[in-house]
Design a protein around this ligand. Structure first.
Ligand code: HEM
Length: 499
């Protein structure tokens, strides 16, 4: 009887604790009525003119809507919002924890500074011939596929982006387009974006409940993938030390940084762990995002043949000027190509949500962050804040007919008047996408080489209903984008005509 009573007591206490935790978290906004909060519709309707909305994301959080407020959080008061809320567990997942994406402020700042030289426009210009070579391989591959064929564009694009990142980051010229199944690297990259129940749980904990990392010990990357990159990154670096050729890739920078660590008598093992973490991050961040964007561009071009025609004319002129290739300068200045890519990223932002965590920079002070003049409310220390990039990109307040694909929104005149805080495909502020420049070059090069001698058409296998895949890591169309690629030799015919 006594045991039964004790058991009953323990269960009652447990239920009471859960109840108190629940009330504390889920009544939070009820106790702070100055900030409008859910339940209710977040987009449009009731909240359309609100600067921020109180939400619950397993705990109270804020969804930011006003561009000025977004600017304060991402840029002006970056020192208070320098960390993401999501984070990996340093013990269970040391590589994920060291990744630039998840790293906490001090380590993030050190590594962002060290790695930024790979992504400057000067460095991009030096790297461009490596990416261009991948474009030429793609051209050859398409030629071999015959006069017309149907393909799932994301699968095609990912082979291009894997080769592009492999050559620029990893210092290895792969040709996944020729040899997709046998390349060990291709298989490992596929693992990086593989979705299964374990992965879903890990990501859920990392992004939504990082406080429970100690319990679930989630890992962002599979152990086998990490081991692969550990071995091969180390080999590539050692090979470059033995054979110091000049190649404008990340390995060149790594060797330089490594020499500095050796000179200072630093910890090489730890240094290499950081490098492996960034290699895996660049592979996963750089291939999935860019290939999804390439597939989305092709989708919109197939649906809008007049836009495709105008773009192909611009590319034809550029290829003719460059005698069958496009220079870095020319690629960066192709106005219509930029407009098409920008508009695609508006309609399909690969990261539909970005987040930060408020942490008072003076560690000993737990004072909140004031939302004045918007609301008489202070964001408490530790609270996550979210920005719905998708919501901003489709907000009728800022975009007329937002569901229409219209590259004119990004013509040089219109772009000059655009508030940068309502268009955030690469995030914003010091913690924005470090690889934005490289991502754009990859997307543009791939599109240019596809359209050089091929047009893209909708076919019976194309699903025109744009439904997004709830299981994907980035925002992407469910069921894939199947399109017909038709060889019409546009560039080749133009050269023959001139001769
Ligand atoms: C079209 C291509 C790409 C898109 C749309 C994209 C988008 C983004 C976005 C939205 C973020 C979050 C920014 C924020 O929180 O403010 C991000 C972060 C990041 N991206 Fe990209 N990305 C692309 C390509 C790349 C490439 C090519 C690389 C590397 C080779 C890369 C590496 C990273 C890294 C390391 C971060 C974390 C940055 C930090 O926390 O300091 N991305 N990206």
């Amino acid at each position: 009887m006594d045991r039964l009573l004790s058991l009953f007591g323990v269960i009652s206490l447990f239920v009471l604790l859960i109840y108190r935790w629940y009330r504390k978290h889920f009544d939070f906004w009820k106790h702070h009525p100055v900030v409008p909060s859910v339940p209710g519709r977040i987009f449009g309707g009731k909240f359309s003119n609100e600067a921020a909305v109180g939400i619950y994301a397993l705990r109270p959080a804020l969804l930011l809507r006003d561009p000025e407020l977004i600017k304060s959080i991402l840029i002006r008061d970056f020192n208070c919002f320098a960390n993401r809320y999501g984070r990996s567990d340093p013990h269970a997942d040391p590589i994920g924890d060291k990744s630039l994406f998840f790293a906490r402020y001090n380590s993030w700042r050190e590594w962002r500074l060290k790695l930024s030289p790979i992504f400057t426009s000067g460095k991009m210009k030096q790297m461009y011939p490596l990416i261009q070579q991948v474009g030429e391989n793609l051209e050859e591959y398409l030629h071999k596929r015959g006069e017309r064929f149907v393909c799932e564009c994301k699968q095609l694009a990912i082979l291009f982006t894997i080769d592009s990142i492999a050559t620029t980051v990893f210092g290895v010229a792969t040709n996944s387009l020729e040899n997709s199944s046998s390349q060990a690297i291709t298989q490992q990259i596929r693992q990086l974006v593989l979705f299964n129940l374990r992965r879903a749980l890990n990501f859920f904990v990392v992004f939504m409940a990082p406080n429970l990392n100690w319990l679930f010990r989630p890992s962002i990357f599979f152990r086998e993938t990490v081991e692969f990159f550990k071995t091969h990154t180390t080999q590539n670096v050692e090979e470059r030390i033995r054979n110091p050729i000049r190649r404008p890739d990340m390995i060149e920078l790594v060797v330089k940084l490594r020499n500095e660590v050796v000179e200072k008598g630093g910890d090489i093992k730890e240094f290499m762990e950081y490098i492996v973490a960034q290699t895996v991050t660049f592979f996963s961040g750089g291939t999935e995002t860019s290939s999804t964007t390439i597939a989305n561009v092709l989708f919109e071009l197939a649906k809008n043949p007049h836009i495709q025609q105008r773009l192909r004319q611009e590319l034809l002129d550029a290829f003719s000027r460059g005698n069958s290739s496009i220079s870095y300068e020319d690629l960066s200045e192709l106005e219509y190509l930029s407009m098409v890519v920008d508009e695609t990223l508006r309609m399909y932002p690969v990261f539909p949500l970005i987040e930060r965590q408020y942490l008072n920079p003076k560690k000993e002070v737990s004072e909140g962050y004031s939302l004045r003049p918007f609301y008489d409310f202070e964001i408490p220390n530790g609270m996550p804040v979210y920005i719905s990039v998708y919501g901003l990109h489709y907000d009728e307040k800022y975009w007329t007919d937002p569901r229409k694909f219209d590259p004119e929104r990004f013509s040089p005149e219109n772009k000059a008047n655009l508030n940068p805080m309502i268009y955030l495909p690469f995030g914003g502020g010091p913690r924005n996408c470090i690889g934005a420049r490289m991502g754009l070059i990859q997307v543009k090069t791939c599109i240019a080489y596809i359209l050089k001698n091929h047009r893209i058409e909708i076919c019976s296998e194309t699903n025109l209903q744009t439904k997004f895949n709830p299981k994907a890591f980035v925002l992407q169309v469910e069921g894939g984008i199947n399109l017909e690629i038709v060889r019409d030799e546009l560039y080749k015919r133009s050269v023959t005509k001139l001769e």
